[in-house]
Design a protein around this ligand. Structure first.
Ligand SMILES: [Zn+2]
Ligand SMILES: [Zn+2]
Length: 370
């Protein structure tokens, strides 16, 4: 059986999203149909739309979905119809990284999240003329319904507004998880975050949760820096005016250098300032997306003093454990990620993208019509 859904479809590279009716297959025995309530827009959706990152087109993007389980295949045990779920990237559960508790580094990540089809190559979405790519991050949630499987559904409490929660499955867990799961700062540590979009702000909120003494937000927009202060930054640097960031940090904020730094920009000059601002043995975590073929060039001296640079995917979280923790921190008033959110309707998705690219909206969330 096929059902008609409404989806924002990317028909051509670098084009606008097209809201249209699509046919979606019923779930197979191991699949789950989720009625999407709302989906966040993440930088990765835009990177694919602009073809900085490859994914088959035409297709349905969207990978910060939250919704209600509508139908489950016969073999599904993890969730039942009516459960509230946040969708996270798919993982295989049986590879070396999954077995070691690092599903974001699943060795089958590409097949499960970025090939546009089911792992067996079959397609579930059709527009009457042609197949439409789906299963983007195992969800393709810019749509009223999403087909996924057990590895991607994270059950969440029904008391919390489901429409807010989708971004916890990607952008927010990326920033917060880098701090809480990977960097694990000690209370009193000093940390800097470059680029205070949603991912950087999530890192700042998490750094406040664990009691970092100095949390330095670095960006080129004063309004964003002011907002970062609202969410937990103790100091801000506008790197448009203060170009020698490392020197400024050492002279004014951390004479011995920073314990930790998180970069969300993937801009060479920005990352080099961070590397030079680190204390001996400090670590820079990189979360940004660089264009394919991009190269990083850094001063070598810090690396002879024990400085480390490490890239982190999806906050290295186990979403089933980590997303409920973030929700509890939010409920307790310690992780106010809702302050970054602005809602749009599905037919306003292109406006939401434009507002996000211009920096007018930090974290757009698309509400689905039902
Ligand atoms: Zn795996
Ligand atoms: Zn994302």
């Amino acid at each position: 059986m096929k059902r008609k859904i409404t989806a924002a479809v990317l028909l051509e590279p670098k084009s606008k999203f097209n809201v249209k009716t699509i046919e979606l297959e019923d779930p197979r025995p191991d699949e789950i149909l989720v009625k999407i309530v709302a989906t966040g827009i993440c930088h990765t959706d835009l990177a694919v739309a602009n073809q900085d990152m490859s994914f088959p087109i035409p297709s349905i993007l969207g990978h910060e979905g939250a919704g209600i389980v509508e139908k489950v295949g016969a073999n599904v045990k993890k969730v039942s119809v009516g459960d509230h779920v946040v969708l996270a990237p798919g993982s295989c559960g049986v590879c070396e990284e999954c077995m070691a508790g690092h599903p974001s580094y699943c060795l089958n990540f590409f097949t499960l999240n970025l090939n546009g089809h089911r792992p067996d190559g079959s397609c579930a979405y059709h527009d009457g003329h042609q197949e439409i790519g789906g299963f983007f991050f195992n969800q393709s949630s810019f749509a009223t319904y999403s087909l996924t499987n057990e590895s991607s559904v994270i059950k969440v409490p029904k008391e919390v507004d489901l429409a807010l929660l989708g971004p916890l499955g990607c952008g927010i867990q990326t920033g917060a998880g880098t701090i809480l799961n990977v960097a694990k700062p000690q209370a009193g540590d000093t940390i800097a975050v470059t680029g205070v979009g949603p991912v950087g702000l999530a890192a700042i909120m998490a750094a406040k949760v664990v009691g970092c003494a100095k949390i330095i937000a670095i960006d080129i927009h004063d309004e964003r820096l002011a907002f970062a202060k609202e969410l937990g930054a103790t100091h801000t640097i506008n790197s448009k005016h203060t170009v020698e960031v490392a020197q400024y940090i050492r002279e004014n904020l951390a004479p011995n250098g920073l314990h930790h730094a998180v970069d969300t920009t993937a801009i060479n000059a920005v990352m080099n300032e961070l590397v030079k601002a680190m204390k001996k043995n400090g670590t820079v975590y990189t979360l940004g997306v660089m264009k394919a073929g991009g190269k990083l060039e850094l001063d070598y001296l810090p690396f002879s003093l024990g400085v480390t640079i490490k890239s982190v995917i999806e906050g290295d979280s186990i979403p089933d454990l980590f997303i409920p923790k973030l929700i509890q921190l939010y409920v307790d008033g310690l992780f106010p990620f809702d302050k970054m959110i602005k809602f749009y309707e599905l037919n306003q998705i292109n406006q939401a993208v434009e507002d996000s690219e211009k920096g007018i909206t930090l974290k757009p969330i698309i509400r689905m019509p039902h």
